[in-house]
Design a protein around this ligand. Structure first.
Ligand SMILES: *[C@@H]1O[C@H](CO)[C@@H](O)[C@H](O)[C@H]1NC(C)=O
Ligand SMILES: *[C@@H]1O[C@H](CO)[C@@H](O)[C@H](O)[C@H]1NC(C)=O
Ligand SMILES: *[C@@H]1O[C@H](CO)[C@@H](O)[C@H](O)[C@H]1NC(C)=O
Ligand SMILES: *[C@@H]1O[C@H](CO)[C@@H](O)[C@H](O)[C@H]1NC(C)=O
Ligand SMILES: *[C@@H]1O[C@H](CO)[C@@H](O)[C@H](O)[C@H]1NC(C)=O
Ligand SMILES: *[C@@H]1O[C@H](CO)[C@@H](O)[C@H](O)[C@H]1NC(C)=O
Ligand SMILES: *[C@@H]1O[C@H](CO)[C@@H](O)[C@H](O)[C@H]1NC(C)=O
Ligand SMILES: *[C@@H]1O[C@H](CO)[C@@H](O)[C@H](O)[C@H]1NC(C)=O
Length: 667
């Protein structure tokens, strides 16, 4: 270990238990945190890999389905209509969203207010077309020491103080300009996204509230609120507070924050997201401080943060026993993991309903400290995330945000290329993006989706199933198969009935149902993940648009036996639409642009989005709808000539419906 590495390890040690991305503590050029010795073609996990975590090609071995006893693969699901006990509260389609670590936000959002990341716009637009809207938080650990400055010397929007990194007494601060907020605001003029921000809590005597002041001013009603402290229950263990700091001290800081906000004339009503505890303080402990009695009007959202596991021992070489990814893999291929996490919050979600506050999982992903190679970046994570998301919906959370780190984490839903490769590489989309994409269709656009964990197949943990109800009518079924067996012997055959049989209700099984699948060859697959037959492409190759023909499987039902038999491949996930309205409420639609980009080579490519490319009706494929008016070198309508050689860009002109005349370019 070099001296340089030792210094780095020493600095990050206090942070090891934090459920966070590690990006911000690693200077550029030191990204190969998980690197071993090089090897070129072997992609098994025993091979070495020195590259960046986000692009680690190594795969694990899928677990073999149990044989003694084998998992039952044929079972019935009997649905009834009407007042079903244990249905969740009503959810909207944006139940799952993203949490973007502040320190990587400049890479994700764009270069500046007029140069936005087109892949990011497309990734959000895909979701908007299904759920109607998207929720994104920009924050995380790196918000705590963030400091707003009017401008940066290099014209950038955000900078990590690398000098601070090597000074063990100092948490590395982050400086940013208000342009970050303008990017967010400008993004919201193109896609229907609302934002959460965070107040820095590193110094609660000298509050730095410019993010509140400028955030409220620039984002207006696009701003959903400010997280007041990120995992305050871990501040002591991270050396950020004295040992006597407790939940009452935290409550005192909230009081001080609100007083300061009021003194500065800032809006306080429904502005705070709190307490965002990790579990060291149970949320009940914070509630029992009386925080809600005192600040009921100011608290907009009750929040927690929880990852099911962590990879800190490997990430930071702490000396603690390293969790082996191959051994961790099965823990992500069982319903039990989502059940275990959500159970500890059932009392709190009930309380949140009583006091009429939303209850959010404000930050999560497969494992903190970067995730596990071969797990967090494989199809297993997409299935796990979807099961976990549905379990949170069933448990009356009101939303959950999957974390986006940088180049050094395995779990990001999407990753822009390293900053010096943006001219010739596109983005990389991870399995968790497919989770959020599928969830947007599971919930749809009705705002009335109520979720129930059905405990199908006698509660078998490798084949969970949920129903989504609306006004007493079963609308959709969500069926998982965590088993991995390409022979087909472990494909599930699920016989679905609505009413009839011994239910005492008239049989109302439809003549046919439509099914969309989330699929990959193996639970360990890192490529060719598809949702309804479409994919985002391989690493460095995604512009954020779905590719391929959408595939919807029509399953005829047996009206004599009143059953529809749906197959769920091993592995796979099936979303069964039980009626036309359920299908239409999830079908991609809406006046949304897809944003074309040709950022592939060092050649300047200019794509102009024709107003005709605006999507105006259901059922059309995005790829047909964007016209590339110009792709010639140097051709630059509408002021694009200002851009230098080496930039790929999108110039949007003559935008119809509500967008006005805007000019956005892509780097
Ligand atoms: C990109 O930046 C990384 C980290 O600073 C550096 O190691 C690498 O050599 C750079 N690559 C190119 C092509 O400049
Ligand atoms: C935004 O970024 C682009 C690309 O780096 C640059 O050409 C442009 O001048 C910037 N605009 C402003 C207002 O800084
Ligand atoms: C986008 O942000 C910039 C700040 O860089 C602002 O000047 C501009 O008006 C914004 N554009 C739109 C279309 O809102
Ligand atoms: C808090 O963060 C700011 C900005 O990074 C820094 O200047 C300040 O010294 C920090 N204060 C404490 C008490 O850590
Ligand atoms: C449930 O939550 C309420 C409100 O926070 C609390 O008073 C009660 O003690 C909790 N019950 C349990 C079993 O934790
Ligand atoms: C969710 O809330 C609904 C409505 O209050 C309630 O009936 C249901 O039992 C709750 N679910 C859980 C798992 O607590
Ligand atoms: C769902 O809620 C959103 C936000 O309140 C609203 O804009 C939308 O119209 C609602 N959709 C339906 C179908 O009611
Ligand atoms: C991914 O899909 C493509 C197109 O169907 C195929 O050519 C390729 O072999 C697949 N890759 C893997 C690793 O399965």
């Amino acid at each position: 270990m070099t001296r340089r590495w030792q210094t780095l390890t020493l600095v990050v040690l206090p942070l090891i238990l934090n459920a966070m991305a590690i990006t911000r503590y690693v200077p550029e050029g030191q990204e190969a945190l998980f690197g071993l010795r090089p090897s070129s073609t072997d992609t098994s996990l025993t091979a070495s890999y020195t590259g960046t975590a986000a692009y680690d090609p190594r795969t694990l071995t899928p677990p073999v389905p149990p044989t003694d006893p084998p998992v039952n693969t044929q079972f019935a699901v009997q649905l009834v209509s009407g007042d079903i006990p244990d249905l969740s509260i009503r959810h909207h389609g944006a139940f799952l969203g993203f949490s973007i670590e502040f320190s990587v936000s400049n890479h994700v959002l764009g270069r500046n207010g007029s140069t936005l990341s087109v892949p990011f716009l497309n990734l959000l637009a895909n979701l908007q077309r299904r759920s109607g809207r998207i929720t994104v938080r920009v924050g995380g650990n790196s918000q705590e020491t963030a400091m707003m400055v009017p401008s940066l010397a290099d014209g950038g929007t955000l900078e990590k103080d690398k000098a601070g990194l090597y000074n063990p007494t100092q948490t590395p601060p982050l400086v940013y300009t208000p342009e970050i907020l303008y990017m967010m605001s400008n993004i919201s003029t193109l896609v229907n996204v609302d934002w959460y921000l965070g107040v820095p809590f590193n110094d609660t005597t000298n509050w730095r509230l410019d993010i509140v002041q400028r955030g409220q001013q620039i984002l207006g009603n696009r701003l959903l609120g400010f997280q007041a402290g990120n995992e305050p229950d871990l501040y002591v263990s991270h050396g950020r507070r004295n040992a006597d700091y407790g939940s009452l001290s935290y409550k005192g800081e909230i009081a001080s924050l609100l007083n300061t906000m009021r003194a500065q004339g800032l809006k306080t009503q429904n502005q705070l997201i709190t307490p965002s505890v990790n579990g060291k303080w149970p949320i009940e402990e914070v509630i029992q401080t009386g925080i809600l009695d005192e600040f009921r009007d100011e608290i907009g959202v009750l929040s927690v943060e929880k990852y099911p596991s962590d990879n800190c021992a490997a990430a930071f070489k702490t000396g603690a026993e390293v969790r082996q990814p191959q051994e961790m893999l099965p823990t992500y291929l069982t319903h039990a993991t989502g059940v275990r996490i959500t159970q500890q919050y059932l009392n709190a979600t009930r309380f949140a309903q009583e006091v009429g506050k939303p209850f959010m999982m404000f930050e999560t992903n497969s494992a903190s400290c970067g995730g596990f190679p071969g797990v967090s970046d494989a199809f297993a994570a997409a299935l796990w995330g979807l099961d976990y998301g549905l379990m949170m919906a069933h448990s009356n959370f009101t939303g959950a945000l999957f974390h986006v780190g940088g180049q050094n984490v395995y779990y990001s839903p999407f990753t822009p290329p390293p900053s010096n490769q943006t001219a010739y590489r596109q983005w990389s989309v991870g399995p968790i993006y497919y989770t959020v994409l599928a969830m947007s269709e599971i919930m749809g656009r009705s705002n009335r989706s109520q979720v129930i964990d059905l405990g199908v197949n006698n509660g078998e943990q490798s084949t969970p199933g949920y129903a989504i109800y609306e006004n007493g009518t079963p609308m959709r079924l969500a069926l998982f198969n965590y088993l991995d067996d390409s022979s087909g012997a472990h494909d599930l055959r699920v016989s679905i009935s609505i009413g009839g049989g011994e239910t005492g209700q008239a049989a109302s099984t439809p003549p046919s149902v439509r099914v969309k699948y989330l699929l990959a060859e193996h639970v360990t697959s890192k490529v060719n993940i598809t949702w309804a037959g479409q994919t985002l492409g391989t690493n460095f190759k995604s512009d954020g648009r779905l590719r391929g023909e959408e595939s919807i499987v029509n399953v005829p039902c047996d009206t004599t036996s009143n059953t529809c038999t749906v197959t769920v491949p091993a592995p796979g996930f099936a979303l069964v639409f039980l009626n036309d309205k359920a299908f239409e409420d999830s079908t991609p639609s809406g006046n949304t642009l897809t944003f074309a980009t040709t950022a592939r080579t060092k050649t300047v490519n200019t794509a102009t989005i024709d107003p005709k490319a605006l999507e105006t009706s259901n059922g059309h494929k995005g790829k047909d709808r964007v016209k590339m008016q110009s792709t010639s070198k140097g051709s630059s309508p509408n002021g694009a000539s200002r851009l230098k050689e080496g930039l790929a860009q999108v110039v949007m002109t003559g935008l119809g419906v509500g967008f006005g005349a805007a000019l956005f370019t892509l780097l």
